[in-house]
Design a protein around this ligand. Structure first.
Ligand SMILES: Cc1ncc(COP(=O)(O)O)c(C=O)c1O
Length: 386
């Protein structure tokens, strides 16, 4: 499928007013998404929120079908969660991990996941084992294999890190995890929407993400995939009258990944997130993926030719996140200077990825993240303004 860039930009009406290179923070919502959210909020104020939810049952149900199509799984393996952090937490806290179990992690992991693991390790007596990297900075598969010992129970890693354009070898990690019977938890927060994701091929048990980033959904939305066979061995940390019910003297969880949901939720956001997935599927995931990667290559090349700029991305396979440091300006000052010129970027650093080696040399980096609706002309303008 070829992308119609004019249509993409027409569907994103304000992309002409702002040069938006902060899609890894939050992508600009296409009309289909914003309209779906606003229409539902309007219905809520006109007929009442519970009544609006009932009227929106088909759109809400489509959330599960749309994600199943996007991730190549079944609808009952998908749950709605309000963000990627909680989705990941809910699943990880449900795993049967106990005193002395080892978990393999990587220096490219997201800060909140790492913090959650430090807490879990303290609560349950777990041991976190960092796995080494190849020269390109991604997870070293041979080192992963070597790191597995008798007490290793799980591999928890990040598909596309928050602070670096590199993409970790998700499928190769999955093959090792499966061969050794390990739990495999993969953070897909920066991958959905910019990479073609097939959870069956990857072989992960758990995959989490948010709606607002490369998917271009509304804020306050996320999702959780849990493989059906894995569910039986997991014990969700919370239950309510949506995720479970009373039995004779006890309780039981409902079937499927929706046992990780809670009754109350951001209904308009769920509808908008489903619309974002449908919009992406309609554009064509492969076409979007390859355009994002191509634009990012162009941006890195253009940045590399600017004196005083160092591109920090590693990895042989790279996505739409482009990170760089400037010799004579702190990253936050660059962000503010660009923002005043109508250019959106973000800043990344040890707060976001505490164990990444970049921070041995640089205190932070500017993160410019492109999407399919961005253009060559915007890249040229970005370089001029920088
Ligand atoms: C790799 C990665 N994982 C998880 C998250 C957390 O996502 P959320 O803010 O939706 O909880 C982020 C956010 O930037 C991220 O980049």
């Amino acid at each position: 499928m070829t992308l119609d860039i004019t249509r993409l930009r027409r569907d994103t009406p304000h992309c002409d007013q702002t040069l938006h290179f902060n899609n890894a923070g939050a992508g600009l919502m296409p009309n289909a998404v914003a309209d779906a959210v606003l229409a539902h909020l309007d219905l809520e104020r006109r007929i009442g929120a519970y009544e609006a939810e009932a009227a929106a049952a088909p759109a809400l149900s489509d959330f599960y079908d749309a994600f199943a199509e996007l991730l190549h799984c079944d609808r009952d393996e998908i749950a709605w969660v309000e963000n990627a952090t909680r989705a990941w937490d809910l699943a990880v806290h449900a795993l049967p991990l106990s005193q002395g179990d080892h978990i393999l992690v990587h220096e490219s992991d997201y800060a909140s996941n790492h913090l959650a693991l430090l807490q879990l390790a303290q609560q349950r007596g777990l041991v976190l084992d960092p796995v080494g990297s190849t020269d390109d900075g991604t997870v070293d598969i041979e080192a992963l294999e070597r790191a597995i010992g008798p007490r290793t129970r799980a591999v928890m890693m990040t598909h596309s890190p928050t602070h670096d354009g590199m993409i970790n070898p998700a499928e190769a990690i999955g093959a090792v995890a499966r061969r050794h019977g390990l739990w495999y938890v993969l953070d897909g927060c920066q991958s959905v929407g910019q990479l073609s994701v097939n959870v069956r091929q990857i072989g992960c048990h758990i995959y989490s993400g948010s709606g607002r980033k490369f998917l271009r959904g509304p804020r306050g939305t996320g999702f959780l995939y849990v493989e059906r066979a894995a569910l039986a061995q997991m014990n969700p940390p919370f239950i309510d009258l949506h995720s479970g019910h009373h039995t004779d003297g006890g309780y039981a969880f409902i079937d499927g990944a929706r046992r990780f949901e809670c009754w109350e939720s951001y209904v308009a956001g769920r509808i908008g997130e489903a619309a974002a997935v449908r919009y992406l599927l309609d554009c064509g995931v492969d076409a979007v993926t390859s355009r994002i990667a191509t634009l990012a290559v162009q941006l890195r090349e253009a940045l590399a030719s600017v004196s005083g700029v160092t591109v920090l991305d590693r990895g042989i396979q790279r996505g739409g996140i482009v990170t760089f440091a400037m010799d004579k300006e702190p990253a936050q000052a660059t962000l503010l200077r660009l923002r005043a010129l109508g250019v959106n970027t973000s800043v990344t650093g040890p707060v976001a990825a505490p164990n990444a080696p970049q921070w041995r040399k640089h205190s932070a980096a500017v993160r410019a993240s492109v999407h399919a609706y961005n253009t060559d002309e915007e890249i040229e303008r970005f370089i001029r303004l920088l």
